[in-house]
Design a protein around this ligand. Structure first.
Ligand SMILES: Cc1cc2nc3c(=O)[nH]c(=O)nc-3n(C[C@H](O)[C@H](O)[C@H](O)COP(=O)(O)OP(=O)(O)OC[C@H]3O[C@@H](n4cnc5c(N)ncnc54)[C@H](O)[C@@H]3O)c2cc1C
Length: 61
């Protein structure tokens, strides 16, 4: 398999922000012909970022 060594965009960090950004790029027709590389310093993710709460209703200061 030939692996690309050049990419149009490199996203550093496959955490919440990096993956959300990647998702938005994938969904956006404008970027359909661009190539992306996502890199992360961790080889595998520890399951230490559990999203455990959601707030419902108005958020007022
Ligand atoms: C235990 C815990 C529970 C949480 N619960 C909630 C919750 O219930 N609700 C909520 O809204 N938020 C919660 N959070 C907060 C939420 O996880 C963070 O706000 C969110 O993950 C931040 O996103 P981020 O993309 O900035 O960072 P991260 O999601 O941490 O992603 C950063 C990524 O960058 C990688 N990285 C770092 N340095 C490098 C480098 N030099 N090169 C390559 N890759 C690198 C990291 O390995 C990581 O994968 C919780 C956090 C923790 C720790």
């Amino acid at each position: 398999m030939k692996v690309n060594s050049q990419f149009d965009f490199i996203i550093v960090g496959a955490g919440l922000s990096g993956l959300h950004l990647s998702y938005c790029f994938l969904k956006d027709e404008y970027f359909k012909d661009y190539s992306f590389l996502i890199i992360d310093k961790e080889k595998s993710k520890k399951e230490d970022n559990y999203f455990s709460y959601w707030e419902i209703g108005d958020v007022k200061g």
